[in-house]
Structure formats: C-alpha cells, structure tokens
Design a protein around this ligand. Structure first.
Ligand code: KG4
Ligand code: ZN
Length: 353
C-alpha cells in the first residue's frame, strides 16, 4: 500500500503534538481512534508557586520536554518515525510561545520525513475525545456518534458547541469573561488552596455544605447560552472579605463549605445553560470535555439532571490537555484537504470552524 493509499483508506498512524498551554504531550493514534500512546509532561509543579501559568516559563519547559516526550510516545507505541504516516499539531488557540514549540517541531519532522502535516484546533480536539479508544480495549462500550452538543470547560474556555457532523461546529454559547476552570483556579487562590484550583476544590467540596452560601448563578436569566463566571468569583471574594472583617480567618470547615457552595454554583450554571442549549438544538447526545470535566460533582450531577440524554464524559486523562485528541482528529482533517504548508504559524486566537 502506498502512503497515499494508506492516508485515503484510513489505515494510518498519526503522531500528534500538543503544547498549547502547560502540558507537553505527544501521542500515536491508529486510524483516528485507537490510542497506542499518550505521553504527557505536566508543568503544574513549576507554575504552582506563581498561582497560574507563566507563559514564558511554559514555552521554555515545552522546549526542554517536547523531544523526550515524543520519543517516549513513539517507544510506548512500539513504532518509530519511519512508521508515521501523518503529523498533527495543535495550531491554536493557546499561548503563542507554547504553541510555537509544537508547531515548529511538527513542521521540522514533516519537512525532513516528508510526512503531511495537519494543524488541529485545540477545542475541536477536545470535542473529538468521545471517539477515542485505548488500543487494548476489546469491545468498546457504546459508540458515540454525531450530532452532539459539546460542553467545553477548561482553564481557557467555557463554551457550548453543537457538532452536527464531523468538522462542523456551531457555537451556541461562549465564555463572556472568566472561563469555568479559571474561576476554579482564582477562587482556590483566594482561599489559599494552591494551583490548579479545580482538583482541590473538587476534593474539599465532597465534605462541604453546598448550601452554606447561596452564591449567584450568573446569567441564568439572560435568555442565551453564553457563560460568565467573573461575577460569581467576585461574589466569593466579597463573601470571604466580609467574613474576615467580621469573624477573622475562615477555618478549614468554613473553607470547605465555601468551596462546596462555589462548586455547586458553577455546576448549576453549567448544567442550566447546557439544558437550554439542548432544548435550542434538539441534541440527544452530550459530550462534556476539557479539564473541568474531571470534576466529580459535575460528572454525577450531569447524569442526574439531564435525563434521557446520552452523556459521554471522557476518562480524566482525556479531559485535560493531551495529544491523543489532536492525533485522533487529524485523519478527518487530512481527508478534508486541510494540509498545512511549511509556512504554518501558531495562531493564539484561532477560531473553530
Ligand atoms: O483542559 P485543561 O487541562 O487545560 C486548558 O485547556 O485550560 O484544563 C485545566 C483546567 C484548570 O483550570 C483546572 O483547575 C481545571 O481544568 N480542573 C478542574 C478539575 N481538574 C482540573 N476543575 C474542576 N474540577 C476538577 N476536578
Ligand atoms: Zn484544553
């Protein structure tokens, strides 16, 4: 079989590179579905002292990590660059200095090895995760399908996107200010809980009282599906300031209750907007993707509140940033003719289309 035949028949190995934010990841995926490897070097520890991602530091760490991570991904997949038929890289959106590291490496490999290169939109990648399977999986449980509504909730995005068919994205609701994950991170910082905030607030919420404070559910009366979390964050700031003024530093129990009340407000807002988008689009399937989809409260509440909807939430390793979602989507883009020239540049503000 020639390379061209392999690419058009669908029997192909893709090497994906994802460096849009603070995770360096490379992955080998067979036929846009089967994950042979998904190596990830997280930079969380390096950014934690600063309470958030430091772009310059992120770029430098990507430069240091990306080749060892690529070598590890190839080794774990049991293949070499000689076996790769298609290169895929996150072209945007993201931090431009971080994106550039992946884009330049992908272009270099594509040029030297004469392998076609496809740029992948980061959010389109997240939305592709329901279609990925681990190579070892014998019988995939229930195949996900189009059309579906995607709730994308991460550190940089909260949006509701209707995916009518492959590569066809209609934005129903978008982030108006702080993204959902950003709100988790900022509230955790305010409560002195460290970075990233989502996992720790999730953990504390399990033993906290979600009705301790009735925080606002932003934009629920707005009549649209856009998402805004900055007002909720400000409400938490005010509550904590008042508490400090009147009663001193909140103790551990109170912190847990504030965390649980904040998380309940985020979940209620996200699921109310999702419910609205389901009614607007008539969607019968829902994928919840992005780092915040790891949240245990969101996972259980979604199933409880959205009855009659086929809900897919990826395993945590595929919720947060990873290159498997990039390598997975690439063959469809390739077949649609979206091959990048060697002048490909990173695009921090790339729109989904
Ligand atoms: O998708 P992701 O890895 O990176 C971006 O593209 O932003 O998402 C990272 C975000 C962070 O804001 C982090 O606090 C949040 O996902 N996150 C969570 C949880 N795990 C990660 N938020 C809520 N609950 C969690 N368990
Ligand atoms: Zn992401």
């Amino acid at each position: 079989m020639t390379d061209q035949d392999k690419l058009s028949s669908g029997d192909l190995l893709t090497l994906g590179i994802e460096t849009s934010c603070d995770e360096t990841s490379c992955s080998v995926v067979r036929n846009g579905k089967w994950i042979l490897s998904n190596s990830i070097a997280s930079q969380v520890r390096s950014h934690a002292p600063y309470g958030g991602v430091v772009p310059e530091l992120a770029s430098r760490l990507h430069i240091r990590n990306v080749i060892p991570i690529m070598d590890r991904a190839l080794e774990e997949a049991g293949v070499s660059l000689d076996d790769i038929d298609l290169m895929a890289v996150t072209g945007g959106p993201g931090l431009v200095g971080s994106l550039l590291v992946g884009v330049e490496l992908a272009k270099a490999i594509s040029y030297v090895r004469k392998i076609p290169l496809v740029p992948v939109h980061h959010i389109a990648g997240h939305l592709y995760t329901p279609f990925l399977r681990n190579a070892g999986e014998k019988k995939p449980e229930g195949e996900f399908d189009y059309p579906f509504l995607g709730l994308v909730v991460s550190g940089g995005h909260s949006s509701l996107i209707y995916v009518k068919e492959p590569l066809h994205y209609e934005t129903i609701g978008r982030t108006l200010d702080d993204a959902a994950g950003e709100a988790f991170d900022k509230v955790a910082k305010l409560l002195g809980l460290g970075y990233p905030g989502g996992p720790v607030i999730d953990r504390l919420s399990r033993d906290g009282d979600p009705e301790f404070v009735s925080f606002p559910r932003p934009g629920l009366k707005s009549g649209n599906c856009h998402l805004s979390f900055s007002g909720l964050k400000t409400a938490v700031v005010r509550f904590v300031q008042n508490w400090r003024r009147e009663k001193g530093d909140p103790g551990e129990g109170v912190i847990r209750d504030i965390a649980a009340s904040f998380q309940a407000a985020v979940i209620d807002t996200l699921l109310s907007k999702t419910d609205r988008a389901i009614r607007e689009t008539g969607a019968r399937r829902l994928a919840i993707v992005g780092g915040v989809a790891c949240n245990s409260g969101l996972r259980s509440e979604a199933a409880r509140r959205l009855k009659g909807i086929d809900i897919h939430i990826p395993p945590p390793l595929l919720c947060t940033d990873n290159a498997a979602m990039i390598a997975g989507l690439a063959p469809s883009l390739y077949r649609d003719g979206r091959i990048a020239p060697l002048t490909l540049n990173a695009n921090a503000g790339l729109r989904i289309s």
